[in-house]
Design a protein around this ligand. Structure first.
Ligand code: NAD
Ligand code: G6P
Ligand code: MN
Length: 443
């Protein structure tokens, strides 16, 4: 009889996503039994606000689970089976710079896209590598599921710098979209869909979607997406923020460019940057919205729980983000071979793309991690886009490794949303100053 119980560490315990993950872990405790739940963050004060509320939540719903929050790596990473990583190096203050600096120069300012995403990448690389090293030192048998962004650049860095480590980089965007597809088709959820998808992180396409009987669902989805994008509306979207509403709707314009596939929402930044900049305010960007909405709600709800001494009536919910990471751990723990997406070294999964590219494709998840499923050839349009964007991501990691200003300037210049090398240099020079506490000194 399998009576294992698992110890899970959330690294980035102070993240706005932590309470949702804790709630899902508690809801799934029969499928994925826990013995310990631990938090780690390098900002003890921020983490404490979330941890104090989560301690109450755990005590009420699963008193047998031991709960600990620490800023000490040895304490946190010892005796752990799974690490769920979700750190934001430089926090919202630096995300704000990532968005506002490019916008000042008329270029898209976005968390994971373009110069902002590259800047964030150079901050995240050492942060995530450090987490991997702590895990390998204190719990060498553990697996890390990493959400920390920009996942594409982080995954390229871990592929190169820690090739044998048990880290799997993941993203919730296609997962969120697939739940929307299920809702559009009146199906229960994403698990009803059998899909083929390929690309890079935040840069991919579905080529085939069927139900479990093999029925082709693409025609009905295309019909819907051509008019509404992935906006479902009604009850489904009642808590969706306005800027995300725009993004889901704009998938219709992205779809129009290639009606043979269905796109990831993030492609809007690459294919319609002029439109995106036109609708951006360089003085009030997505970070300001996140601070005013998600961060405020999460920390407010935690404070309310602590004040009441109870989380029985909490409004925290399980969502795509939290169920995905818990499902992945469950699949690894029980060797289920469930088919789910991951961001992994290509090695032939997309046959006409560089084998050393880091791609996002469906994988079978089990005890040995993620086994990629071959997706065949990328079409000409996708191959061109992927090759350019993957080179940007590789140059960013080169720049970090070599401390090279030139490589970083090349990364910015090659990036599709930056008009030319002059603008690239202006943005880069502002970013060097803003990131002085985080980036290596560039030569
Ligand atoms: P947040 O700022 O609320 O939380 C991040 C936490 O990380 C903070 O508490 C911070 O103190 C901590 N931190 C920063 N650097 C650290 C380090 N070096 N070591 C330990 N802790 C550190 O951020 P958030 O909005 O909740 O997002 C968390 C992360 O998850 C971000 O990287 C975000 O981009 C990512 N994310 C990814 C996906 C995906 O699809 N891959 C989805 C959602 C969020
Ligand atoms: C999606 C993406 C993530 C991104 C998140 C939050 O889920 O997959 O990579 O971090 O959105 O974006 P936001 O702008 O709401 O912080
Ligand atoms: Mn993502």
């Amino acid at each position: 009889m399998d009576d294992r119980k698992f110890s899970v560490l959330i690294a980035g315990g102070g993240s706005t996503y932590t309470p949702g993950i804790v709630l899902t872990l508690l809801e799934h405790i029969k499928k994925f039994p826990l013995r310990k739940l631990k938090f780690y963050d390098n900002d003890g004060e921020r983490q404490k606000k979330i941890a104090d509320a989560c301690r109450i939540l755990v005590k009420e719903r699963a008193p047998e689970v031991e709960f600990e929050a620490s800023t000490n790596p040895e304490e946190a990473f010892s005796d752990v089976d799974f690490v769920m990583a979700q750190i934001r190096v430089g926090k919202y203050a630096m995300r704000s710079q990532d968005e506002k600096i490019p916008l000042k120069h008329g270029v898209v300012g976005q968390e994971t896209t373009g110069p902002g995403g590259i800047a964030y990448g150079l901050r995240s690389i050492p942060g995530v590598i450090q987490l991997v090293d702590y895990m390998e030192k204190y719990s060498p048998n553990a697996w890390m599921l990493n959400y920390s962004n920009p996942a594409a650049i982080v995954a390229e860095a871990t592929r190169r710098l820690r090739p044998n480590s048990k880290i799997i980089n993941i993203c919730d965007m296609p997962i969120d979209i697939m739940d929307r597809m299920a809702a559009i088709l009146n199906l229960k959820d994403r698990n009803e869909l059998v899909f083929r998808y390929y690309g890079l992180n935040h840069f991919g396409w579905w080529t085939d979607i069927r139900d479990k009987t093999g029925k082709d669902l693409m025609p009905a989805l295309k019909e819907y997406v051509s008019k509404n994008g992935y906006w479902v509306g009604g009850d489904y979207d009642k808590n969706t923020e306005a800027s995300w509403e725009e993004t889901f709707k704009m998938a219709a314009d992205v779809y129009a460019l290639d009606p043979t596939t269905l796109p990831n929402t993030y492609l809007k930044y690459y294919l319609y940057p002029t439109e995106v900049v036109k609708h951006s305010d360089p003085n009030y960007t997505r970070t300001d919205e996140v601070e005013a909405y998600r961060q405020k709600n999460v920390f407010g709800e935690c404070a309310r729980i602590v004040k009441n001494g109870s989380a029985k009536d909490t409004n925290f919910v399980s969502d795509q983000h939290s169920t995905y990471i818990v499902d992945l751990c469950t699949a690894i723990a029980y060797d289920t071979k469930q088919r789910m997406l991951a961001i992994i070294p290509n090695e032939g999964a997309i046959s006409n793309i560089d084998p050393t590219a880091t791609v996002e494709v469906p994988c079978l998840f089990g005890a040995t991690g993620a086994e990629r499923i071959a997706m065949g050839k990328a079409a000409t349009f996708q191959k061109g886009l992927i090759t350019e964007q993957n080179s940007v991501e590789k140059l960013a990691v080169d720049a970090w490794e070599e401390h090279s200003y030139t490589k970083l300037w090349e990364a910015f210049s090659l990036c599709k949303i930056v008009p030319d090398a002059g603008v690239a240099k202006d943005i880069l020079d502002d970013m060097v100053v803003a990131n002085k506490d985080f980036w290596p000194e560039l030569k």
